[in-house]
Design a protein around this ligand. Structure first.
Ligand code: PGA
Length: 258
């Protein structure tokens, strides 16, 4: 089955709403100049909550094909949850994607794979597509138990989802030791874990579900290394942090096929 690769730029806590509009505008021009075919490779920006409205206005006014989404979402519908943002608020702003369980949320906000699975379910119920993150810390990699560890995270994240829901979701494998460190996993490292995730999904659900699910690699992806990573059979895109903050660089990543 042909899976459409997804290049998603995770801006993290960078760029205010004015800077967001400038970057999306520049990204769109650059991709148009490069005659990018969005049906071949999808491009999305995953922006701070405060930027979403500006990005929506721009994308709709200029009929851009760039998609956008949020970096987190609440498991609650509404009410006394100070600081949280609901799935309904995100769909009202036209979001397509929402990242759940990024390692920074896990580390600084104590998010567990169980909670991440609940957030993914909530997102899917609202018509949003979750990008569920997983990945091991350096000690686990050094101990050689990374595959087993990541598959444990995946099993827990997917435990409340149906096959149909998993098929339209995205899993991002992001080894923590490769995030923001400049230390990129080798294409073989990425394939080892992404391939194991797909096999696990086939076991938990069925082959068709595993074949439909998109699995991204994330961690120090840039234009210089994206091609080799994307050449791996089970890597269907990248979740890009630092390199997504520059329009030219991110456009090169999106157009890696040439
Ligand atoms: P990086 O971040 O590309 O800056 O390593 C990736 C991520 O955390 O999604």
């Amino acid at each position: 089955m042909a899976r459409t690769p997804l290049m998603a730029g995770n801006w993290k806590m960078n760029l205010d709403h004015l800077e967001a509009a400038a970057l999306v505008q520049k990204l769109d021009w650059t991709l148009k100049d490069l005659k990018h075919d969005f049906s071949r490779v999808e491009a999305a920006v995953i922006v701070p909550f405060t930027d979403i409205r500006s990005v929506q206005t721009l994308v709709e006014a200029d009929e851009m094909k760039i998609k956008y989404g949020a970096q987190d979402v609440s498991v609650h519908d509404a009410g006394a949850y100070t600081g949280e943002i609901s799935t309904a608020m995100l769909t009202a702003l036209g979001c397509t994607y929402v990242v759940v369980g990024h390692s920074e949320r896990r580390e600084y906000h104590g998010e567990t794979s169980q909670l991440v699975g609940q957030k993914a379910k909530k997102a899917l119920d609202a018509g949003l597509l979750p990008i569920m993150c997983c990945g091991e810390a350096l000690e686990i990699r050094k101990a050689g138990t990374h595959v087993q560890y990541v598959l444990g995270q995946v099993e827990e994240m997917l435990s409340g989802l149906t096959a149909e829901e998993v098929a339209k979701s995205v899993i991002a494998y992001e080894p923590i030791w490769a995030i923001g460190t400049g230390e990129v996993a080798t294409p073989e490292n990425a394939q080892e874990v992404c391939g194991a995730i797909r096999t696990k999904v086939a076991e938990l659900f069925d082959r068709a579900t595993a074949d439909a699910l998109r699995i991204q690699y994330g961690g120090s992806v840039k234009s210089a290394n994206v091609k080799d990573i994307m050449a791996q059979p089970d890597v269907d895109g990248a979740l890009v942090g630092g390199a997504s903050l520059k329009a030219d660089e991110f456009a090169k990543i999106v157009t890696y096929l040439g």
